[in-house]
Design a protein around this ligand. Sequence first.
Ligand code: HEM
Length: 483
Amino acid sequence: MVLFVFIGTLLIFVFIFRTVIKPKRYPPGPRWYPFFGCFGIINRRMKQHGSQWKVLSDMAKEFSTNILGLKLGNQLVVVVYGEKNIRQVTTDKEFDARPDSFFLRLRTFGKRAGITFVDGPLWREHRPFTVKHLRNQGFGKQLMEQHIQAQLSNVLDVLEKSNGDSISIRTPMSIALINIIWKYVAGEHIKENKLRQFLRFSSARSKAFTLAGGYLDQWPWLRYIFPNWTGYNIIKTMNKEILDIIQHAIWRHHSNTVEGNDYIYSFLKEMYATEDTYTEDQLKGVCIDILIAASNTGSSALDFAFILLLRHPDVQNKVYEEINRVLGVDKPSWADNGRLIYTSAFLSEVHRLCTIAPFLGGRRALTDFEMDGYLIPKGTTILVSLADLHKDETLWDEPHTFKPERFIDENGALKIPANLYPFGIGRRRCPGEPLGRSFIFIMLVGILQKYRIQCNGPPPSAESVVGLLAEPVQFTAQFVKRL
Ligand code: HEM
């Protein structure tokens, strides 16, 4: 009996001991503790320094490494920095896969569905299918400009009604972007009260979680004991809101109540014809991905742009002067980005300095691989720090300074370096980029053409609130009509 207890205890010790031993030639990083890995160290620092992205960035500098080796709970995670390493991860096929975790599955009702967090044949089939059928509806084409211009008119109405009082235009911007994309997906708009409700939860979810995973990811059972603290309740409520919207749209398509030939119709046609991967859960997954992707991205980028204009009135004057000189009272279109050089340079600087996705979507190593002389085992989660690349001092002169001029060459032409990619690069780059870019450009130009933006008191901070994405601080501003 004593021998039995002794061997049992020994085995437990050996097991625990093995969990804190790093694999051979694993990249440098903080110490690992039993069960938690480096979770505790990172969380402690997050309380002192804010976002997880910032803590990891500082840690990589502390260990003088371009690949930081971590263990979060029992999951191996590496964070990749530097131009060469980031190119390798975003272009080699071995890194096309996404991690598979409780948290990511929770997003899509416990299954792997959709585009953003699936891989392999499912992703290879559905990403092109979705893009092709969205394009059939006008996505990425001339028609999309008209849809953006129509939404610009709605936003201008909101500004007109504000009468120069301080307002936040974050929600109207999110509504405008979702209205455009949802028309291609589901043929009609979402009821505004439903959409506002969803946007509230989507922003709360983005702030409550981090891409490297949280407690819920490592220890899913914690949701039964601490549903609020782990963020589980936020996700549950947001899922309910989003699924209500999607389910309603699918029912209306099943009963042929929606006019046109949108993405949901194309998907259902395929679903009736083949069983394969065209299932209703997959359809819901894609719709979830699209709604989440459009909910906070475009509006955050525009809010950052307005904050920087409030902080730099001289830049606002230059942007306005250019719009007035080149466009006059003409409606802005995406083609104008080649003529509005300073405005385009300003927007590139916004994307660089306030990168909306500080980490690209996580990757999962499909094989063991070597980077900078370190060995990373198959199955490791890989995070790619885009925000650090955009502030890398070997690539950018005075990277922490706001300088739109850096994107204009000595001949006055726009010069966008290859290392600025706010929408990602490679096979997993953002398929919403054509909409994202033209939406931000047309909205900004259309508003500044008619309004001067100003605020009472000191301008808001341009620091990001980083969770899953980087969001600007909440602020209000006055939109004063130009005569
Ligand atoms: C300012 C606006 C936006 C920004 C900055 C942005 C940025 C990004 C980034 C950085 C990624 C990750 C790429 C990677 O993992 O390598 C991504 C993925 C994605 N984005 Fe966007 N995005 C924006 C708007 C949109 C919109 C409007 C849509 C809607 C169609 C969209 C749909 C997606 C999807 C489906 C993915 C996943 C792609 C995949 O995994 O294959 N995005 N986006």
